[in-house]
Write a protein that binds this ligand. Structure first.
Ligand code: IMP
Ligand code: MG
Length: 333
């Protein structure tokens, strides 16, 4: 029985989707359960010729025997939920918790204008206003909506049953440590705590049952929307290095900077992380593209990985070497 949490180490978009997709196929967990804020998070998975953009369901659906759950801490846009269930063909194995909050059009409208849009650079998904309504105790929950009945279950009880029966559970965090409402660069943050402890609460598990916290970091740091980014590169520099990316949900340009070890150490602390997944190594070391064996990495790439382990104090157990979910080095024993 193992319970593993995957969280983002910086500002989201570290490559969690790819890492989770890999873990789901490598470990065949009984459940992948999503925590985090809501459909403001976009994960991208590339598998073969297909690209999947996921905002509501957990990644890991490519492993056909895994059940896909969404914890009660996550606010749901039913339209996005249903379109993903249909698009990914996962009807019958995808469920949300009865206590998930529901995003309505009014939340989306409120999120798409004023300070939330202009000052904070919100994704416009309605996630923040819905969480505000939840704090005000006026938000509708999934259990209040008849049409959601067939996809609604008791997620914490389902996880508990699985864990007691000796099954494996993979817990998917969204966003990143420094977008946390408690620990991030407030006010330029999302509307929830998104560190490992917050994700545990989102899905209804307690800290004593967690075996591993895998923190995902990219070989460089990106941030979409407003808020501080140390040593931010100019757009021209970002493009020159090939580090220019676009947001999955909003299509906005992501801002970029070189890897920040100090911030990384703080993220390890805040999450109690005991393993690192380092993605996009091939962007710094193109000769490592698509490699699946650590031994074959160039000396420079190996010393970058080693430096990461020395600076952050925990092992790099997973390395991403390309956008496809098979371009992974898995060093877990
Ligand atoms: P909100 O969560 O939509 O309110 O947006 C607040 C801030 O968090 C904005 O800067 C967003 O760009 C950022 N943000 C929220 N979710 C994500 C994510 O999944 N990846 C990257 N940035 C995010
Ligand atoms: Mg993303």
């Amino acid at each position: 029985m193992t319970v593993t949490i995957v969280v983002g180490g910086f500002f989201g978009d570290e490559g969690k989707g790819k890492v989770i997709s890999h873990l789901a196929r490598a470990d065949d967990p009984d459940i992948v359960v999503r925590g985090g804020a809501g459909p403001n998070a976009g994960h991208t998975i590339r598998s073969g010729n297909d690209t999947y953009k996921v905002r509501m369901l957990p990644c890991g659906f490519l492993n056909k025997s895994t059940r896909l759950l969404v914890g009660p801490g996550v606010v749901i846009n039913p339209k996005v939920l249903y379109s993903e269930i249909a698009e990914f063909g996962v009807g019958g194995r995808a469920f949300i918790d009865k206590n998930c909050g529901i995003i309505e059009q009014s939340h989306i409208d409120m999120d798409s204008k004023g300070d939330l849009k202009e000052k904070i650079g919100s994704t416009g998904s309605g996630t923040g206003p819905a969480n505000a309504d939840r704090a005000m105790r006026v938000l509708k929950l999934a259990c209040h909506i008849n049409e959601l009945e067939d996809v609604t279950i008791d997620v914490p009880a389902e996880i508990d049953r699985t864990v007691r029966a000796g099954g494996d559970v993979l817990v998917e965090g969204t966003q990143g440590t420094f977008l946390s409402l408690w620990h991030g660069t407030y006010p330029y943050v999302t509307s929830k705590d998104v560190t490992a402890s917050g994700i545990c609460a989102d899905v209804g598990i307690g800290p004593t049952i967690v075996d591993d916290v895998i923190m995902v970091v990219k070989a460089f740091v990106t941030r979409v929307g407003t808020g501080p980014l140390n040593n931010e590169l100019s757009h021209e520099d970002t493009v020159r290095r090939g580090w220019n990316e676009k947001g999955t949900v909003t299509g906005r340009d992501r801002r970029a900077a070189a890897f920040d070890y100090e911030l990384g150490r703080r993220a390890v602390m805040l999450n109690g992380a005991n393993q690192l997944a380092l993605t996009k190594l091939d962007m710094l070391f193109p000769e490592c593209s698509k490699m699946t064996s650590y031994d074959n990495l160039s000396l420079e790439a190996k010393s970058f990985v080693k430096k990461m382990e020395d600076e952050l104090g925990i092992p790099v157990t997973i390395v991403g070497t390309g956008p496809e979910d098979t371009s992974v080095i898995d060093r877990r024993s």
